[in-house]
Write a protein that binds this ligand. Sequence first.
Ligand SMILES: [Zn+2]
Length: 223
Amino acid sequence: MMHMKIYVERPLWDSFQFFNTIRSFFKFDVEFEEYKFKDPHFLAYIRIRSPDKREFYDPFPIEIENERRGLIKGVIYDGVELLKHFCFNIDVSNPAVLITERLIATFGEDGRYHLRMIVMGPAAIISLKGVLYAPAKPLQYYLMHSFGFDDEIEVRVDKVLKMLLLQFYAYFKYNEIFCEKEECMLHNCHTTEEIKKVTGLCEKHRKMLKNVVNLSPLSSKKK
Ligand SMILES: [Zn+2]
């Protein structure tokens, strides 16, 4: 029977608040496990060095040491490389997801890195920090706030987590990539305003997914 395995990277595991929310969202079993990357050299190697170049360098010893000690504030990783590495260490015959606090980005066709909430392949990596920072904010936000990287951003993390997990499930099971309907949980949201417009599943995806998720209306709560 289908189940999903969700790895939560240490040290996020200790403060992770969404075990029950996620378990009650899916109708199949969701198993959680604490995860730790074992190769600090590799993590330091796949750090993004420049926003417009996809090049990797042998890291300095201090960078490897900082990885070992978890001193990674402000570090952004190449999401594709991190996902490959993760997939190599786990079973991908069922949907498997890593939830991390690391910031991840992927190199776009425009020749620049873009911060991501999720990177998908045989498995997926969801960045909780990416959930907060990756969706571009409306212009008004920039006008109203002097914007720093530590500012609190109005996003319902549990809602976005459900959306991203379901997007990966649909991709894993049906090869379905994103929905054009803006109210649908499979919509590829780029802004917090778009996230707020999501209320549930569209007709097509409700048919496809009604047997795997409990659709308590997302719209009943604010944001
Ligand atoms: Zn849809």
